[in-house]
Ligand binder design. Structure first.
Ligand SMILES: [Zn+2]
Length: 274
């Protein structure tokens, strides 16, 4: 059994504020240690459940938040950007299942630090009419590669909007959201204990019967609502993108990998307007 553990930071216990998730802040240095500790809890549980090989993917911001010297020595670490598979980097090697640790709910919802890929650029992302956040988009990318998501951790809003996408997965609620920047959190220690237990269960269940991967059949239509019309102007410089209205554009493609790579390229372009 080979597991890819994709780790974000907004869903980690104790994390509520933008300063905690942005490099260059004192509070961030503490939060990235909690993120590393939740990744380790997932590793510990996965190995207890029978995982033989683990890749840990750093999936937040610049993809270099986890502290390599604080990470369980039994794993290898996927770091840095750009990379084609983004939050699923590591699946190129072939994996049996994915954990999503410290994930968050999608943009425009009421979850803690809710956003979709890039909070400055994207307001809503719809694939074939389904509104998806990062978990749904990357879960579909993993699904296209035949890999199911078997564990998700984050706040209650994230779990409520994602649960039906990955039937058979385990879930750990680290926080209850009261809004974008407030809520109630487990202590980091309690969160780690719950994540380790759920990771062990998830891998044990996987050995009995693998869940069906989340697949979105091609052709893929992506409809994207931007945070401003200036962003839509910029993105539509790309000739295969079609303007729908002031803040909406669309493109069609043949795979989720292509859709996710296009979205990440647009996110990179958006830095021009910051
Ligand atoms: Zn993040």
């Amino acid at each position: 059994m080979k597991i890819l553990i994709s780790t974000d930071i907004e869903g980690v216990a104790g994390v509520f504020h933008a300063e905690q998730v942005r490099a260059g802040n004192g509070e961030y240095e503490r939060a990235r240690a909690w993120m590393t500790a939740e990744a380790n809890a997932a590793v510990q549980g996965a190995i207890a459940g029978g995982a033989e090989e683990i890749l840990v993917n750093d999936s937040h911001g610049g993809f270099r938040n986890l502290l390599p010297d604080g990470l369980d020595e039994r794993v290898r670490l996927v770091l840095g950007k750009p990379r084609y598979l983004g939050m699923m980097g590591g699946l190129e090697e072939g994996c049996d299942a994915v954990f999503m640790i410290g994930y968050h709910s999608r943009s425009q919802g009421r979850g803690i630090l809710a956003h979709t890929i890039n909070s400055f650029a994207f307001a809503r992302v719809l694939i074939n009419g389904m509104e998806l956040g990062e978990a749904g988009l990357y879960g579909a990318l993993a699904g296209e590669m035949g890999v199911p998501v078997i564990l998700g951790t984050g706040d209650d809003v994230f779990i409520a909007e994602t649960r039906d996408t990955f039937p058979g997965a385990e879930w750990v609620q680290t926080k209850v959201a009261h809004g974008q920047g407030s809520g109630i959190t487990l202590s980091p220690a309690a969160s780690r204990r719950a994540i380790a237990a759920a990771a062990e269960t998830a891998v044990r269940n996987l050995k009995k019967q693998a869940p069906v991967p989340f697949r979105i059949p091609a052709p893929i239509e992506c409809r994207l609502q931007t945070q401003s019309s200036a962003l839509a102007d910029l993105f539509c410089m790309w000739p295969t993108l079609e303007r729908v209205d002031g803040v909406t554009l669309r493109f069609t493609t043949d795979s989720m990998q292509s859709a996710v790579r296009t979205l990440n390229s647009l996110a990179a372009m958006s830095f021009m307007l910051r």
